[in-house]
Design a binder for this molecule. Structure first.
Ligand SMILES: Nc1nc2c([nH]c(=O)n2[C@H]2C[C@H](O)[C@@H](COP(=O)(O)OP(=O)(O)OP(=O)(O)O)O2)c(=O)[nH]1
Length: 167
C-alpha cells in the first residue's frame, strides 16, 4: 500500500513546572487535551507552521528560535494509506497569555495531573519521556482512533542526527 506522508506540528509550552494543553473544540481529536499544532502548509517551514498554529489556536506568540524539536512521531491508521508525521516542539520562552480560540480551550496542568484519560491513548506512553527531557522517535499503528495495534519508541541522542538519516 502506498504511504502518503503529511507533516504536522505539535507544540507544548512549559512554565513553572506546568505544561499548557488545549481542549480541542472541533475536528480531528475533538474533546481531547493536546498540545497546539496542525498541518504544515506548502509555503512555510515546519518551524513557521509550529509558531503559526500555536498563535492561531492559543493566541500565544513564540519565536521560531525558541522552539526546541524534542520528538518525531509517526501515526498510521489501519486501512488508511496516510502516515501522519508529527514534529513535536517545546518552548519555555513565549509572549502573551493563552486565550480560548475557535479551536482550543487552553489550560495549564501540573506535571503530576496530566489528564491522560482525555488524551490520545499513545500520549501516556511518550509524555513521561518528554517530561524527563528525552529526545525520541515513536511509531504508533492504530485501529480506529482508540486502539493501538503496535508501537515502537526509540530514544535519540540528537534530533539533527536523526533527520540526517530519516528523510
Ligand atoms: N498528542 C498527540 N497529538 C497527536 C496525535 N495524533 C495527531 O495527529 N496529533 C496532533 C498532531 C497535530 O498537532 C494535531 C492534528 O492536526 P489538525 O488535524 O488539528 O490539523 P489542522 O489544525 O491543520 O487541521 P484543520 O482542522 O485546520 O484541517 O494532532 C496523538 O496521537 N497524540
Amino acid at each position: 500500500m502506498t504511504i502518503l506522508k503529511k507533516v504536522y506540528t505539535l507544540v507544548f509550552l512549559r512554565k513553572d513546572n506546568k505544561i499548557l494543553l488545549g481542549l480541542k473544540k472541533r475536528g480531528f481529536g475533538v474533546n481531547k487535551w493536546n498540545g497546539f499544532g496542525g498541518k504544515v502548509e506548502p509555503n512555510e517551514t515546519i518551524l513557521e507552521a509550529a509558531a503559526r498554529e500555536l498563535k492561531e489556536e492559543s493566541c500565544v506568540d513564540v519565536k521560531t528560535s525558541e522552539l526546541q524539536n524534542i520528538a518525531h512521531l509517526e501515526f498510521t491508521f489501519e486501512g488508511d494509506p496516510t502516515m501522519m508525521d508529527v514534529r513535536v516542539f517545546s518552548a519555555n520562552v513565549f509572549q502573551g497569555e493563552p486565550k480560548e480560540t475557535e479551536e482550543m480551550i487552553p489550560k495549564w496542568f501540573e506535571l503530576n495531573a496530566i489528564p491522560y484519560n482525555d488524551m490520545w491513548p499513545d500520549d501516556n506512553i511518550w509524555f513521561p519521556l518528554m517530561l524527563s527531557g528525552k529526545l525520541f522517535y515513536g511509531i504508533f499503528n492504530f485501529k480506529g482512533f482508540n486502539t493501538i495495534l503496535n508501537y515502537n519508541i526509540q530514544e535519540l541522542e540528537s534530533m539533527e542526527a536523526f533527520y540526517k538519516i530519516h528523510k
